[in-house]
Design a protein around this ligand. Structure first.
Ligand code: ATP
Ligand code: MN
Ligand code: MN
Length: 300
């Protein structure tokens, strides 16, 4: 079930509701989607999105002039933000960094009020930042790669992982590609996770050199899919499931079952316009099993 969060618009006197200013301002001009509609989207998916990000260090993408204006990544709390926007201490070589974090749905909506469009959490839980509980294989297609190859690529990565005993899950990125996600329980140290992700990316490129490349850089990627393993270092983030993307199409990062993947037509097939309908029609969370799986990082 999706959460019911009441949004009060400018000038109303509804003390129980979350207040949103400039609700009529257009955020996605191509689709004529307003800030109020963005807030309604996030209120509708809050019960699914918040568990993906709660307590974790968070990077956000803010777009004060809408998705077609200048957008920027930010990981620190701004002055005068809502009372439900918190921070978490992250130890860096240079000292302690207070990284943005939220505790609940109200924090999510306070960020929407600050013109946040995208949510990108760490792959580590807030109470154990030294250990990753998720590996993300971010499949990035060169512009010439047809979508059917992306579907096959995600299935290939899944099969490779399965051959070493790991279950994986797939989502659209809401942009151009797909993410294959491996939950780790118990979580594993970042160095080991990054080395493992790199090794899997290299294995894919060795097995199917016409399809995959494991080295970053546009030149290397021509005609191929970059298995971007670099999302898996300490401090790196990936977009959260159910986050919008600050791009013209207003895509949504949508978790899928492996069966559904074959019917999906692009990385931004799910958008602010159709994602909530899709979620409501579903009987089950496609990633239900992810939460209960006990799989450790293999020795390699
Ligand atoms: P697409 O499918 O279009 O590739 P994507 O989300 O996978 O969408 P990428 O460009 O492949 O996008 O990956 C970029 C990822 O790196 C983002 O999801 C984000 O989490 C992270 N990232 C990029 N720049 C920054 C930044 N300045 N600060 C924090 N995280 C960043
Ligand atoms: Mn990507
Ligand atoms: Mn990438």
């Amino acid at each position: 079930p999706l959460a019911e969060i009441r949004l009060a618009k400018d000038g109303t006197n509804d003390s129980e509701a979350l207040h949103l200013t400039h609700a009529d301002r257009i955020v996605f001009p191509k689709l004529e989607i307003s800030k109020g509609q963005v807030a309604e989207y996030y209120a509708a998916v809050a019960s699914l999105l918040v568990p993906e990000i709660v307590g974790r260090p968070l990077s956000i993408v803010r777009c004060p002039d809408g998705a077609s204006g200048t957008c920027f990544f930010q990981k620190h709390v701004g002055k005068g933000w809502g009372p439900n926007v918190h921070s978490i201490a992250v130890e860096e070589k240079s000292g302690t960094d207070e990284n943005l974090s939220i505790h609940d749905e109200r924090g999510l909506l306070d960020l929407v009020q600050m013109n946040v469009l995208e949510f990108h959490p760490w792959g580590a839980p807030g109470d154990d930042l030294a250990h990753a509980d998720r590996i993300v294989f971010d499949l990035d297609p060169h512009a010439s790669v047809k979508w059917t190859r992306m579907i096959a690529a995600a299935r290939d990565v899944r099969a490779q992982l399965k051959s070493i005993g790991l279950e994986s899950f797939v989502r659209t990125s809401g942009g151009k590609g797909l993410h294959v996600v491996v939950p780790l329980s118990p979580p594993a140290p970042w160095d080991a996770v990054k080395n493992f992700a790199h090794a899997v990316a290299q294995a894919m490129a060795t097995l199917k050199p016409k399809e995959f490349v494991a080295v970053a850089g546009d030149k290397n990627r021509v005609g191929k899919i970059f298995v971007d393993w670099l999302r898996n270092g300490r401090g790196a983030t990936s977009v959260a499931s159910y986050s919008l993307r600050a791009r013209d199409a207003a895509g949504v990062a949508m978790p899928l079952t492996w069966d559904e993947l074959g019917r999906v037509k692009s990385g931004d097939a799910f958008t602010i316009k159709n994602a909530v309908g899709k979620i409501r029609r579903r009987k089950d969370d496609p990633w239900e099993e992810l939460k209960v799986l006990k799989q450790a990082l293999p020795e390699f």
